[in-house]
Design a protein around this ligand. Structure first.
Ligand code: FAD
Length: 519
């Protein structure tokens, strides 16, 4: 891997920008084609660090001085007491998969069928399932849904082995939620131990770089350039990609792709890079003095994200030191335990909190509820034409009455669960957060404003589709230009029913299949 400013060969078959969740499986599949040359460009550096490998240290990686996080903040959120939200994203080989919580969730079949119904032909569940299956090896599940040869080997081994998580699971089942031993199988509904993409033998994180690209480092057709930030793509008179301009320590390097360039640069950076390259709303680009190459007004629009709201109770006694996970138990539900129509509306995660943070106590149990399908839409806009300046991030959390109602419904549901007599062997009688004096809907809404946070699942700013608001077509080609595609969370037209890493990896794999004509 080249971390210097030594000259690079100028031309490759493919230039892939961003070595994250989507970029890495994409590169691995492109290289399976004999003779194909690939340059992978990454703004961050090596992910060979103890705090990245050891999954119990993942909380450190989003700290301001971690050196592996873009460290973005949203604009103050009016519905959340003007609190700006952390918009962490990995700036390191492996991208956000190197700093994330490693919860392995695909989503619901209907999420993808919904994409297809919106005109994204080739993205229904039947079409994306082969990519999900190639990503992973999961022998404990139904082979109709799981692969047996893929590099990601998810496991519930760590989450199922401690008394607290077993206690929470039992209590939730007694409340009527059915046991689901594999929420990534036929249906996500019910309660189960959380699957983590963590190596069962070593406890090592299974990030996208380590699992998909590292095994290919001896392949002479692969060149990796780290600590190299793409600042702009240029186009020729026919609006075909010409050069990829890369900033390496202040020096500019230009490279070219004989075939295509793919941006796998995440939900915040991809629209920024497109706009800096002249692709976006012509009016917005003009405001920043950027000449437009293609007027694609959808760039940066359609931002969707999950908001998580927590309730907390102190544990009756300190928990066993052997308890090393936080996100132990996951519930996918429509609210009522038995209702299982369509994609689930809520995901509930249980957290064991050994140490307190913010206003929360140590040795506590927290339940967090996510409205899986928010209707609010936000945006990412340019702050300036300087690539080094962070873009403006406006998630617009709780921007619709419907989202308020759903978040409130979910909050009441997790409050019922944490206060259920079935859990009283584990937790104290009195609720810590939001607390027993919070009773009315108005009080609960105040608590939601205070105790809700962005859950690091931004998607949708380079929406795939067929209408005028789409940024890429169903083959992930950027509208209005040729030779350029986008892959990753940014292309999701609507957010999936779960955490977004597995679906981002699937998009990377599927993009490469489409590029190679093997879709
Ligand atoms: C703190 C945190 C916790 C999370 N927890 C979970 C979880 O437990 N489970 C889950 O499923 N999902 C989780 N997610 C979400 C999930 O990790 C992301 O949705 C997913 O990784 C997005 O993949 P991506 O390929 O779109 O982008 P990324 O993986 O972020 O990759 C983008 C890459 O592009 C690089 N890049 C950006 N701009 C440039 C440029 N101009 N030039 C060169 N390189 C560039 C970045 O440095 C990065 O490496 C979490 C995310 C975060 C941040």
């Amino acid at each position: 891997m080249d971390e210097t400013i030594s000259p690079l060969p100028e031309v490759y078959d493919y230039v892939v920008v961003g070595a994250g969740s989507a970029g890495c499986p994409l590169v691995a599949r492109l290289l399976s084609e004999p003779g194909v040359t690939v340059l992978l460009v990454e703004a961050g550096g090596s992910n060979d660090r103890e705090d990245i490998r050891d999954f119990t240290q993942s909380w450190k990686l989003t700290q301001p001085d971690s050196g592996v996080d873009w460290g973005y903040k949203s604009e103050p959120q009016p519905e959340l007491l003007d609190r700006a939200q952390s918009y962490s994203a990995g700036k390191v080989l492996g991208g956000s998969s190197s700093i994330n919580g490693m919860v392995w969730v695909r989503g619901h079949k209907d999420d993808f069928d919904g994409w297809a119904a919106q005109g994204c032909t080739g993205w229904g569940y039947e079409s994306v399932l082969p990519s999900f299956m190639t990503l992973e090896t999961y022998l404990a599940g139904d082979p109709a849904y799981h692969g047996t040869m893929g590099p990601i080997v998810p496991t519930a081994e760590f989450t199922s082995k401690n008394e607290l998580s077993k206690g929470v699971l039992d209590a939730v089942m007694k409340l009527g939620y059915p046991l689901n031993q594999d929420y990534n199988g036929a249906s996500p509904y019910g309660v189960g131990f959380t699957q983590l993409n963590v190596d069962v033998e070593t406890g090592a994180r299974q990030d996208a770089f380590t699992k998909f690209v590292k095994p290919l480092l001896s392949n002479l057709n692969l060149t990796i350039k780290t600590l190299a930030r793409v600042k702009r793509i240029t186009f020729d008179a026919n609006r075909k990609v010409d050069k990829v301009l890369i900033d390496v320590n202040g020096a500019e390097i230009a490279v070219r792709a004989r075939r295509e360039v793919v941006l796998c640069t995440g939900t915040v950076n991809t629209p920024q890079l497109l706009m800096l390259s002249g692709i976006g709303s012509a009016a917005e680009l003009a405001m920043h003095g950027i000449e437009h190459v293609a007027d694609v007004p959808g760039v940066g629009q359609n931002l969707q994200d999950h908001l998580i709201s927590v309730v907390v109770k102190k544990l009756r006694m300190p928990n066993a030191p052997s308890h090393i996970t936080t996100m132990d138990v996951s519930i996918f539900t429509n609210g009522a335990p038995g209702a299982v129509n369509g994609p689930p509306r809520f995901e509930v995660q249980s957290y064991y909190m050994r140490y307190g943070w913010s206003d929360y106590p140590s040795e506590a149990l927290a339940l967090g509820c996510i409205n899986l399908h928010p209707t609010s839409r936000g945006q990412v806009k340019l702050r300036s034409a300087d690539p080094r300046e962070a873009p403006i991030i406006e998630p617009n959390f709780l921007g619709t009455a419907e989202d308020w109602a759903t978040q409130l419904e979910g909050y009441k549901m997790i409050r019922q669960i944490i206060n259920a007599p079935e859990l009283l062997a584990w937790v104290e009688d009195a609720e810590h957060t939001p607390g027993p004096t919070v009773v009315t809907d108005d009080q609960l809404k105040e608590a939601l404003r205070k105790y809700s946070e962005a859950d690091f699942h931004p998607v949708g700013t380079c929406k795939m589709g067929v209408g005028p608001s789409a940024v890429v077509d169903p083959e992930l080609r950027v509208r209005g230009v040729t030779g350029l595609r986008v892959a990753g969370a940014a292309i999701m037209p609507t957010i999936v029913s779960g955490n977004t890493n597995a679906a981002s990896m699937m998009i990377g794999d599927r993009c490469a299949r489409l590029m190679l004509g093997k879709g």
